[in-house]
Design a protein around this ligand. Sequence first.
Ligand SMILES: [Fe+2]
Length: 306
Amino acid sequence: MSKARVRALRSVELGFSDVDRSLRFLTEVWNLTHLGEISGVHYLRGTGAFHHILTIRRMAQPALIRIVLDAADRAAIDALHAQVVAHGLKAIDPPGKLRQPHGDYGFGCKDPEGRNIAIVCGVHDHADVADKCDRPRKLSHVNLNTGDSEATFSCYRDALGFQLTDTTKRLRFLSCNGDHHSIVLGFSGGPTLNHIAFEMPDCESVMRGAGRMRDDGRGLEWGPGRHGPGNNVFCYFLGPEDMPVEYTAEMQQVDQHHRPGTPDDWQWPPGRLDHWGINPRPSDRMEAAGLRYRFTDDGYRLDEWR
Ligand SMILES: [Fe+2]
């Protein structure tokens, strides 16, 4: 029997200490659309189909609650659950019925380093999916630091069905659909969040977004540039409560014929880390913020969705 695979990165759930300020930023500056609030949780969408791509709620310390992945149907959820159990993961909230807008069926688990993941199917998504210039479509990828990179990588590959598309000296790039990467795993930094990337419809939108961030008093922390693996255009910023965020566009599309690159394929000349070399490396502030966000203890439990 072939391996079950997740098929998309759907959303990320975050806690901020000042929800009002964060919500203002995410709607007026980052250009997401606020769908509303249920029991203290605010739901934000992009222009793409996914019902929401971000939720935020109040927490004493800013934190990452969970990463939500999409599966095709109940059979895929059950098969992924079996793979997670077979992989030896212990903290699991087993498959069961969910309430909209979270889906109709799903489960939660902690990965080997304690990151909270939810895998869902049957979400009632949006039919209006036309691109709008300067507004994010969806999450592009989540970049995660690791303590035990091998253990985390083997879980995402063997239990969740991600495919390795590239490896550099610092990062592994993992794909679960046509996008070159939806999850990126570093080789250091412990189980913390490096950054969350939002997909813009085009390069023009990334640049307009950078200008709007500057208007909001938030300078570029890295970029504009074009990454090696994925070939995507990027600009990095610090969002609310120093949340490390990226606008990106033009992500490389891959298929089964893609040959994963190796660190030898991604050698840069001294003083640069991307194709353009306009801004040679992330700021120290960005590097520090990219170690700050941790996962909550109990975010793998989906009680509030059932
Ligand atoms: Fe990124």
